[in-house]
Design a protein around this ligand. Structure first.
Ligand code: AFP
Length: 341
């Protein structure tokens, strides 16, 4: 098709235009988001081939050529670490895959930002061809000295300068915010670019869908149980019962919640005494998603207050998570404050 050379607004152009509204901006965020986009394009290419895992690899075993092959989540981790670590923008990196913080490789410039990321979230879904994603959160460097430290990563979500995710779904889409709304870009594989497809995403004030692993019901607190029971009652006026939708891949579940409204939850449960605060991680899952929710007019809570106000104390800290439409998040908080004293 002859489109006269028009490809729409690319991610780069979008950031550049936004930057012009802020004359004090240095342009560094443009560079950062371009590097994230580049790494996610490489990961997307490999994710699209995941169904051929037995033939091409990514099984963590030996492929048909007799070569030892890498798992896709490890591959994604390496791609992001390589790209971001050598970009000159970051002073320190944390990823879901590594227990410790990752310094910038010797010989490369240490930058002004710290990044926490989950390179391939929902990886247990890879084998069954279900959407998975990358999540990232960016903070300004606050520590003294040239190199970054843990302090740069352990900052509350309120201090975030940018956050986003990439969903590797029926299309690959990058959704991000630099603090002036939430914008979505869909990858056009024919030109290899992310094109603006969803400018200024807003979450409906109230939804009619809830998203939670309901198999954990017996392990929840009275407040969470009470709220889920409430959502299943019949009441035409408040749109109940709600519909249930749960993929088990946070990026996909949150993407639907952002676009359509409703609530996504991973509460604390008593299933595993080693994980008393639920499963999801504050720094590279909950905090960036909370930033996007608030920027889109929704809310994200730990059950007792905004996720963005939680002061992190550990790199891989877990936190209960309730996020989505403002009214729905307020309602679950009301149940928790009433029944979980
Ligand atoms: P995996 O990366 O192990 O698949 O975990 C995905 C995840 O961290 C998040 O993406 C999901 O929302 C959540 O776990 C699903 O957890 P449950 O399987 O306990 O419902």
């Amino acid at each position: 098709m002859d489109d006269g050379g028009k490809v729409g607004i690319t991610l780069t152009r979008h950031i550049y235009e936004k930057q012009k509204e802020h004359p004090e901006a240095t342009g560094e965020l443009t560079g950062i988001l371009n590097q994230i986009a580049l790494a996610s394009k490489i990961v997307s290419r490999e994710v699209n081939k995941a169904g051929l895992a037995e033939i091409l690899g990514f099984t963590g075993s030996v492929n048909v050529q007799g070569e030892e092959v890498q798992k896709l989540d490890e591959y994604a981790n390496e791609v992001f670490l390589y790209t971001l670590g050598r970009s000159g923008h970051f002073c320190i990196i944390a990823t879901e895959e590594d227990d410790e913080t990752i310094p910038i490789p010797e010989g490369y410039r240490s930058g002004h930002y710290a990044i926490s990321l989950d390179p391939l979230d929902g990886s247990s879904n890879i084998d069954v061809n279900v959407s998975i994603g990358t999540i990232f959160a960016i903070h300004r460097k606050i520590s003294a000295g040239e190199k970054g430290t843990l302090e740069d990563l352990l900052q509350s979500g309120r201090k975030m300068v940018a956050a986003g995710y990439v969903v590797y779904g029926s299309s690959t889409m990058l959704v991000m915010s630099t603090g002036s709304g939430v914008h979505g870009f869909t990858m056009d594989p024919s030109v290899g670019e992310f094109l603006e497809s969803h400018p200024d995403i807003r979450i409906p004030e109230k939804g009619n869908t809830y998203s939670i692993n309901e198999g954990n019901y017996p392990y929840w607190s009275l407040g969470v149980k009470g709220y889920i029971d409430f959502l299943k009652e019949m009441d035409k006026e408040t749109g109940r019962p709600y519909s249930a939708r749960y993929i088990g891949s946070m990026v996909a579940d949150m993407h639907r919640t952002l676009m359509r409204g409703g609530i996504f939850m991973y509460p604390a449960d008593s299933k595993d005494p080693k994980k008393p605060h639920g499963k999801l991680r504050l720094l590279y899952e909950c905090s960036p998603m909370a930033f996007l929710c608030e920027q889109a007019g929704g809310a994200a809570s730990a059950g007792t207050g905004p996720i963005l106000d939680v002061e992190p104390t550990e790199l891989h800290q877990r936190v209960p998570f309730f996020a989505g439409s403002l009214d729905d998040v307020k309602m679950v908080e009301a149940f928790i404050s009433k029944l979980d004293k």
